[in-house]
Write a protein that binds this ligand. Structure first.
Ligand code: F6P
Length: 322
């Protein structure tokens, strides 16, 4: 049942943090509106540029980044931002208490096929006593996040949000332009029979992942003694949403396809916020060898291997990595 709860009037959450999240949501509502205009808005397709990750930038990547960046920097609430679409951090207000990392439009290869995309964000506080705005300020482990979430632009637009006390799901009511609370506490089932991985990379994985997936594929005829189903949305935000809604394991593991790039997903604005949500919903998130949220980042665009989802299934996968 939907309830009108302005995104976040949550007891024991700092009002400044709530205000910051509401600011961010103003930009996400605008992105949602433009995405749903689709071809009519003339914003589909690519630019001629690449981002720092060497990926082709879509027009909507740029627009979404600009919308979020402008609103955050103008709010006075933010000391600095780090975005997938910005080479370096961008300074905000000297009095800003927060640092925001974001992927403005995750899964952007899905834009042109009218499929799932989303905005992922992670919020931390500026470390005590630090002035100015530096990249070092951002290099805190995921355990330092004070809030994280994503906005999924699907058939409806939804916000999954944690401030460290469970995960709440809101749905955007376009008639009033507000996110309404539609699920008080998301919880990931501990058991699952569903996995998500890009199978085309199979030959490039480590032996541990090869063995684990081989056992899932063997189903009832193998050691797992049960059949598994596979899903791949090619947008982490969509795959993680499914895991939060009905369980599953999602992984983008280490691979040796390109020796200079053994991992695909970004720590600060993909893996960390998703790990915070997953753990808050009772799931597990790991690289295969360590808890993602305990990694000490070396740089803002760092990449990492990700295995997350239903507790028992992720732990089974991790047992192959020992
Ligand atoms: O940010 C990278 C990303 O788009 C993720 O959202 C998604 O899980 C993955 O890449 C898809 O990768 P691939 O192109 O290998 O399917």
């Amino acid at each position: 049942m939907q309830r009108f709860v302005p995104v976040l009037r949550q007891d024991n959450v700092d009002p400044q943090l709530i205000s910051l999240i509401n600011t961010l949501m103003a930009a996400c509502k605008e992105i949602s509106f433009r995405l749903h205009q689709g071809e009519l808005a003339g914003i589909l397709g690519s630019t001629l540029d690449e981002n720092i990750q060497g990926e082709t930038q879509k027009k909507l990547d740029i627009i979404s980044n600009q919308l979020i960046k402008d609103i955050l920097l103008e709010s006075g609430q933010v000391r600095a931002i780090a975005s997938e679409e910005e080479d370096t951090i961008v300074a905000g207000s000297e009095n800003g208490r927060y640092l925001v990392c974001f992927d403005p439009l995750d899964g952007s290869s899905n834009i042109d096929i009218n499929s799932l995309v989303g905005t992922i964000f992670s919020i931390m506080e500026v470390p005590e006593g630090q002035t100015g705005a530096t990249e070092e300020m951002f290099l805190q482990p995921g355990t330092a996040q004070v809030a994280a979430g994503y906005v999924l632009y699907g058939a409806s637009t939804q916000l999954a949000l944690t401030t460290g006390d469970g995960v709440r799901l809101f749905t955007l009511d376009n008639t009033i332009g507000e996110f309404l609370l539609t699920q008080e506490r998301m919880s990931i089932t501990q058991e699952t029979a569903e996995f998500a991985i890009n199978m085309s990379n199979q030959r490039f994985w480590e032996p541990a992942m090869q063995d684990y997936i081989a056992d899932l594929l063997a189903g009832e005829t193998g050691s797992r003694d049960k059949n598994f189903n596979m899903r791949w949305i090619a947008a982490m935000v969509g795959d993680v949403h499914r895991v939060l809604c009905r369980g599953g394991i999602f992984t983008y593991p280490t691979d040796n396809k390109n020796p200079n790039k053994p991992y695909k997903l970004r720590l600060m604005y993909e893996a960390n916020p998703m790990s915070f949500l997953v753990e808050q919903a009772g799931g597990v998130s790991s690289t295969g060898y360590e808890r993602i949220m305990e990694i000490n980042p070396q740089e803002i665009h760092q990449r990492v291997a990700v295995i997350l989802g239903s507790k028992n299934e992720v732990n089974t996968c991790l047992s192959y990595h020992k």
